[in-house]
Design a protein around this ligand. Structure first.
Ligand code: 8YV
Length: 318
């Protein structure tokens, strides 16, 4: 193909807006490394940038196949799919899209809290299935305002969730790598201690090896039979088997999950449970926010090709 547009490797499907933008500026190799390894080998040396997502895998073995690769532009705040240590070794910069999605993910966390405690999806079914008419009013549910919330991860999105919880008059506590002296919230050093002291445990910490299985059986036991788990981070942060067990045995009150370990595969055991709300990873999935994320990822890409400074390099690659 004769074109002056730079070659980029796309490692995930893109929504229409992002795809149209990227197609207008670049020669896009859409997951060619997976679909046609031979064709990929033929173009690998021309590729200087990868466009990825929060979750799409960019391992060392893939980066090493592109001798001129210099950047990975992730459309997402999380970049746990990218081996940043390998990127550093190979002289590759990784950028992501922080901040622009804070509102959406925080909105969804509150939405899941309301779904879990007020059982909104079940209430919708109650009306649709004619149970309101047949059985009368639905059973009473748990109040959210004024309940204690514990946030696991007090970064940009954690703070945005806290702001919303404050408007719900919720006492706020958190755990993070270290206490943040500028915040008026109670700090606990472990997730287990935090869980023991709250009604809602909201997980919004990065994924990856450091947090894998952090919310385990012990943490869920500490959360207890009146506590709810909300996960808008990564499925890997929660021990999924322990969570299914806790929900089946009602050793926690319920859960609201936007993410799963191994998604889009969701363990069928969840489908049989009515004390969990299941969402298909839609934390940042609004038109406005996905546009803002794509624009920021494209700006990083444009700056790279123009020899200008990258805007949002991940901390590990700075
Ligand atoms: C998306 C996300 O799943 O930003 C993240 O880390 O999890 C999400 O916003 C995805 O990365 C969009 O490309």
């Amino acid at each position: 193909m004769s074109t002056n547009k730079p070659d980029v490797l796309l490692v995930m499907p893109l929504p229409p807006y992002a795809r149209a933008q990227i197609d207008s500026l670049y020669t896009v190799h859409d997951r060619t490394h997976q679909t046609d390894p031979q064709a990929f080998a033929g173009v690998a040396s021309k590729i200087r940038a990868i466009v990825g997502s929060g979750e799409a895998k960019v391992p060392r073995t893939l980066m090493a196949q592109m001798p001129n690769l210099k950047m990975v532009s992730v459309i997402g705040v999380g970049y746990d799919g990218v081996d940043t240590a390998a990127a550093n070794d190979l002289g590759i910069k990784v950028t992501h899209t922080p901040d622009v999605l804070n509102d959406d993910v925080a909105d969804l966390a509150l939405g899941l809290m309301l779904c879990a405690a007020r059982r909104l999806p079940q209430a919708d079914q109650y009306v649709r299935q004619g149970q309101w008419l047949a059985k009368g009013p639905m059973a009473l549910q748990r109040k959210v305002s004024g309940s204690r919330v514990g946030i696991v991860g007090m970064g940009r999105i954690g703070k945005t969730i806290a702001k919303r919880c404050a408007a719900f008059d919720m006492p706020i506590s958190y755990t993070a790598r270290s206490a943040k002296s500028d915040l008026p919230f109670t700090f606990y050093t472990t997730a287990k201690e935090l869980a023991a002291n709250v009604d809602f445990l909201v997980v919004i910490t990065p994924g990856g090896a450091a947090t894998k299985g952090m919310i385990n059986a012990e943490v869920l036991a500490a959360l207890g039979k009146d506590g709810y788990l909300i996960n808008v981070a990564r499925g890997t942060v929660v021990d999924q088997t322990a969570l299914i067990h806790a929900l089946q045995n009602k050793t926690i009150a319920g859960a609201g999950l936007d993410v799963f370990d191994g998604e889009p595969n969701v363990p069928e055991a969840f489908f049989a449970l009515d004390n969990v709300t299941l969402l298909p990873h839609v934390g940042s999935a609004t038109t406005d926010t996905r546009k803002a994320m794509a624009d920021l990822a494209l700006l990083n890409l444009a700056n790279f090709y123009a020899g200008k400074p990258l805007v949002t390099v991940v901390p590990e690659c700075q």
